[in-house]
Design a protein around this ligand. Structure first.
Ligand code: FES
Length: 219
């Protein structure tokens, strides 16, 4: 009975993810159009087409966000893709950006923060370069997920929800990544690691720590 309910939950979760992905892809198409109009290029001297690789200022990022919000002015359910874009632009979702979105969309601030806290992929604190998510869903939990999490905490010297001092890693927990048969599972960025062993966590972390070094040396 429990098994069937879990399957139904996973089924609805997949439907939710597919529909969100569709909405987000539509959103990016619109965002790309909004950010690449001739007006946007001429008004923004730091537009990529102007050949400048400078880090945009907060004001410029808010302007980019506004262009995207404008593209969604008549679309229902735009909040999630807009939050996703804001997170991509700023690296996380600071309170002033959430207030800005709330005002622009005319949605109560409490509703915006409610959505942000509901979805684990949104973060209101700056995240590290690599985001580690350890699954603590039922299958992973009974097959050692908790030990894997403890090993990450010990090696990274941080707790869940924190980021290392060098801003390289953030640690989070998840509830089922859809690979229960290969539990325990951990994700680092978009990479899914299956049958993770606590004893191998140090090696796993070091792979990401030294990522790109071979490329640099080859140059
Ligand atoms: S419980 Fe399903 S992937 Fe961990």
């Amino acid at each position: 009975m429990f098994f069937r309910r879990e399957k139904i939950d996973i089924f609805f979760k997949k439907i939710r993810i597919v529909s969100q992905s569709f909405l987000i892809s539509q959103f990016y198409i619109q965002a790309d159009k909004a950010l690449n109009t001739p007006e946007a290029k001429t008004q923004d001297p730091k537009h990529p087409s102007a050949g400048c690789g400078c880090q945009p200022t907060e004001e410029e990022m808010l302007r980019s966000l506004d262009a995207v919000i404008d593209g969604f002015s008549k679309t229902d359910g735009a909040l999630i893709p807009i939050l996703q874009t804001a997170q991509n632009l700023f690296g996380y979702l600071p309170a002033n950006v959430l207030k800005h979105i709330s005002l622009r969309l005319k949605i109560p601030y409490s509703e915006v923060t409610g959505v942000v806290s509901f979805y684990s992929f949104f973060s209101t604190v700056p995240r590290g370069k690599h985001v580690v998510r350890v699954c603590l869903g039922t299958a992973c939990y009974v097959r050692g997920g908790k030990e894997v999490l403890e090993a990450f905490k010990k090696n990274l010297k941080i707790n869940v929800g924190e980021t290392t001092a060098d801003r390289m890693f953030s640690l989070e927990v998840g509830r089922c990544f859809g690979a229960c048969g290969l539990a325990p599972v951990a994700m680092i960025n978009d990479d899914v690691h299956q049958r993770v062993k606590s004893a191998k966590i140090r090696d796993l972390i070091s792979q990401y720590q030294h990522e790109g070094e071979d490329v640099k040396e080859a140059r």
